[in-house]
Design a protein around this ligand. Structure first.
Ligand code: GLY
Length: 572
């Protein structure tokens, strides 16, 4: 197996890999602005790969709106960012029109019709290692193509075919790969070969090098089907036949009926506030939105600005909030179409305040003493991110994923695209952690047609009724805390967008009971203070790859492209 899944601390390695999966923000020379350097008046795209960002900017310049650009970027990323960009996966979109209308689109994958709660267990009831990750059974029914079709039908302005064509061109003519992509392809090479006998996708005899041309002819043909037939180009016809044949060749369970029955869902955004800012974010089946609003509310009354960015009081408060919020996530969050998620209770300010009652400045609260909360009157429910704003001020925040880097690492033969391993985001067995170390239970058990719980947190922030920020990130379980920190960096710590995105991060998720920090995130005095209070602090590589856009008080767009990847911000 590749180094992706062969280390003792596997879920954090997986997180690292997922970080390589997604964001897009492209920076180019300013074209026509009167704002400061790097500020733009007419629109902006920030995403995880330069060529995809250019595709999005071109669409905006041709008069396309933010949703048109998002469709083109999604498909371009499926070519240029095979680690996480996708048509074989799913995602979530948060939309805000220039007039303030909000909407969200859930194009998350679903459990196939023959999936079931015990499908990853052996006869003794133990989870079979890697079965939900690197097998044909690891894939949920993909949602990305239907999601883009739905988004375009509702909000798009330009012709569908013109938005798909750039992906065809990138796949057929090829594009020069970055150092990151070369390195990821080399890491995955052995596993690609092992899991894809007789196929030669993304592998070559020698090592990939920065600047190599990557050509994907089968993928170009698949995109031609999508260009010409829209939804049917993927969920019916030749591509669907190829996907089902691939399933049949490896014991997978996605059927033609599963594909035909897949439909993305428009859901009402969940909305909260933090210090007067309006936070517009993703409802379940993502846990991200609820968790983000809980976190912001948990820290709202404390003087973070006075304490300072990443100072010990700030870190301790945020970690204690994170510990409690992730405990709630483990019990109460799941697909609202199958499980009654207690949204109002989880977001009730009195409940959120009560969760912090046993927080003490004397010592860390051990996670063993924290359980998911209880409510009075239990109510009546390597990913990638891109942020886009158009000339009119419409904005789109999309996070999309195959789950692990390169998903299941299994290609659909003849169709040239990778399948997701999103089934691992379900709880295979209550209390047994998934690849991110996240625990789940009944709310997130496997059921046919159910969507697996996600941490993706595409978010848009408003101030005084106007657009303020578009933000999101990949990073598995660290997505929520990365978005949380980025918003605080701007609102509480007065960082500009690029600083807020580049700033070092830390993370706590209840279990395991440790604060993981990026190298350099905390100074040694702060680490010692935390340790003296009983916090276990561990250092790791990059956390998250945030791509975000801020609207300045003067009306310019200012991007933040995460320096941890190839992320690019482009504006005009
Ligand atoms: N696959 C990672 C997530 O959706 O949270």
């Amino acid at each position: 197996m590749s180094k992706f899944n062969n280390k003792p601390n596997r879920y954090f390695d997986a997180l690292l890999m997922v970080l390589f999966i997604v964001p897009v923000a492209c920076v180019q020379k300013r074209l026509s602005v009167n704002g400061n350097d790097g500020q733009y008046r007419n629109g902006m795209v920030v995403c995880a790969y330069p060529d995809a960002a250019k595709v999005g900017l071109d669409v905006l310049k041709k008069g396309g709106n933010a949703v048109d650009a998002a469709v083109a970027v999604q498909f371009a990323l499926a070519v240029t960012l095979p680690e996480a960009g996708n048509i074989g996966g799913g995602g979530f979109m948060v939309y805000r029109s220039t007039g303030g209308e909000t909407n969200t689109l859930d194009f998350r994958e679903k459990g196939p019709a023959t999936s079931n709660a015990n499908m990853y267990l052996d006869q003794a009831g133990n989870v079979i290692p890697d079965m939900s990750l690197y097998t044909h059974k690891a894939s949920g029914v993909p949602g990305s193509v239907d999601g883009m079709v739905q988004a375009h039908a509702k909000y798009g302005k330009l012709k569908w075919a013109d938005l798909v064509q750039p992906a065809i061109d990138l796949a057929r003519k090829g594009f020069k790969i970055t150092k990151h992509l070369a390195s990821d392809l080399n890491y995955a090479s052995a596993q690609f070969k092992q899991l894809n006998p007789g196929k030669n996708y993304l592998v070559k005899d020698t090592q990939w090098q920065e600047g190599d041309l990557l050509v994907q002819e089968d993928l170009a043909k698949t995109f031609e089907q999508i260009r010409d037939k829209g939804r049917d180009g993927f969920y019916d016809g030749i591509v669907a036949d190829q996907l089902v044949a691939e399933m049949n060749s490896g014991g997978g369970i996605i059927s033609k009926a599963d594909l035909q029955n897949y439909h993305s869902v428009w859901r009402k955004a969940i909305i909260g506030t933090y210090l007067g800012y309006k936070i517009i974010t993703m409802p379940p089946p993502s846990s991200g939105g609820i968790a983000l609003l809980q976190l912001l509310k948990s820290v709202e009354k404390y003087p973070l600005q006075r304490w300072g960015y990443n100072q010990d009081s700030t870190v301790r408060l945020m970690v204690e909030a994170e510990r409690r919020v992730y405990a709630d996530r483990s019990k109460y969050l799941g697909d609202p179409d199958f499980y009654k998620v207690p949204v109002d209770s989880l977001l009730n300010p009195v409940y959120i305040a009560s969760r912090m009652n046993n927080f003490s400045w004397d010592a860390a609260t051990p996670s063993t003493s924290i359980q998911p909360g209880t409510f009075v009157g239990y109510e009546s429910d390597q990913t990638t991110h891109y942020s886009i704003v158009d000339r009119e001020g419409n904005s789109v925040s999309i996070t999309t994923t195959l789950n692990d880097t390169f998903g299941s690492r299994i290609f659909v033969k003849g169709a040239g695209f990778l399948l997701n391993n999103e089934m691992d985001d379900f709880s295979s067995k209550p209390g047994v952690p998934n690849m991110y170390g996240l625990i789940g239970g009944k709310a997130n058990s496997i059921q046919p047609g159910k969507r697996m719980l996600s941490s993706m947190t595409p978010t848009i922030v408003e101030k005084d009724g106007k657009l303020f920020m578009v933000v999101g990130t990949p990073g598995g379980s660290t997505i929520i805390t990365s978005v949380f920190q980025t918003i605080l960096n701007v609102i509480a710590f007065n960082q500009n967008m690029q600083q807020a995105v580049a700033s070092k991060r830390f993370h706590h998720q209840w279990l395991p009971d440790e604060v993981t920090v990026e190298k350099g995130a905390l100074d040694s005095a702060t680490v010692i203070k935390l340790q003296n209070k009983g916090y276990k602090v561990t250092t790791r590589g990059g956390i998250g790859r945030v791509d975000a856009i801020l609207k300045t008080p003067q009306g310019y767009y200012e991007g933040g492209a995460d320096p941890r990847g190839d992320d690019t911000k482009l504006g005009w």
